[in-house]
Design a protein. Sequence first.
Length: 186
Amino acid sequence: MTIAEVSQKFDISADTLRYYERIGLIPPVPRSKSGIRDYDEESCGWIEMMKCMRKAGVQIEALIEYVTLFRQGDDTADARKAILVEQRDQLVDRMADMQASLDRLNQKIENYERSERERRACVPQGGDTGPYFLAFPKSSMAPAIIRNAPKHLRRTSTSRAVAAQAARAASASPAPMAGRSTGLAT
């Protein structure tokens, strides 16, 4: 197979294939009489293995050492196995770390989804209650003044500034109405 065919087959650029051969990540590829790379089944097997190992995050240095030992013959079988065992153990550790990260992300996403469900359940039906009132579950449409609500229920779609203004207004004593006596002697 030509380098273009191998490149297409394994979805690896021709430059990457040449690089892998140059640094010793794959053994030297057989050449045609005119010096063109002629990838045989064994060469393609090495490329497939290296692509798989790199995708798994195996270090290039470890793979180069493995190929070097392989080229030295059967006497290096134990050393090659040791490299693969070490890389497998590192991969298992990375997978455990990734699983822990995935579990944490799933937990965070579930928290957001739960909050969204709770927020939807607290939207009042009907008219606008204004900034002075909290939204309660649909089954209980009783509004409450923000400053009197328990802290865990003080979530509202209004901004904090509006909520604070509403709380101040609710706690202020009402101004006497014009034309009415305040009950104080004049």
